[in-house]
Write a protein that binds this ligand. Sequence first.
Ligand code: 5GP
Length: 176
Amino acid sequence: MVQANYGKPLFTKAEISKRVGELGDRISKDYKGEDLIMVCVMTGAYMFFADLTRVVRIPVVVDYLGVSSFGSRAKAKGAVRISSDLNQNIEGKHVLVVEDIVNSGLTMDYVKKNLLSREPRSLKVCTLLDKVEKRRANFQPDYVGFTIPNRYVVGYGLDYQDQYRNLPYIAVLGEE
Ligand code: 5GP
C-alpha cells in the first residue's frame, strides 16, 4: 500500500454527480438522433465513463482504449502508444472519447490523430478535468467537467502509483 496524503475533496461526490449530469444533458442534446460510440480511455476514466454513460439519454455503443505513455512525461514529447485497441470499427461513426484529465494535451493529441486516421464521421473529446496551465500540445477538449489548477489529483478513477482510484471523490495529493 502506497502511503500518501490527500486532503478533503477538491470536488465532492455530489459536485461530481451534478457536473456529470450537466455533461450528459449536453451530450444527449448534441448527438440527438445520432448513433454514438463512447470510448473510455483506460484506466483513469473508468469511473467517470460509467457515470457519464448512465446519464446520457441516447443509444450508445461503448468501447475501450488502452493508452500508455512511456519515457519521462516531461521530456518525451508525444511518447504515447495504444496498448489496447478498440473493438469497434469507427469508420463513418460519431465517436466521443472520454478521458479523466488533460494536462499537457500530448496524450489526447496523439489519440485524436490516431482515431481520425480511421475516418470517423466525427470525433470529439470529453474530459472530466482540464489543467489548462500545463498545455503543450495544440489540443482543446470539446467538453470539460472542471478546469483545475496545476495540482496532482487522485480519486474517482485517478491514481497515484495505482492507488486511490476507488476514492468516490477527487482530492489533491499531498494536502491534508
Ligand atoms: P497529458 O498527456 O495531457 O500530459 O497527460 C494526461 C494523462 O496524465 C492523464 O490521462 C493521466 O493519466 C495523467 N495525469 C495528468 N495529471 C494528472 C493528475 O493530476 N493526477 C493523475 N492521477 N493523473 C494525471
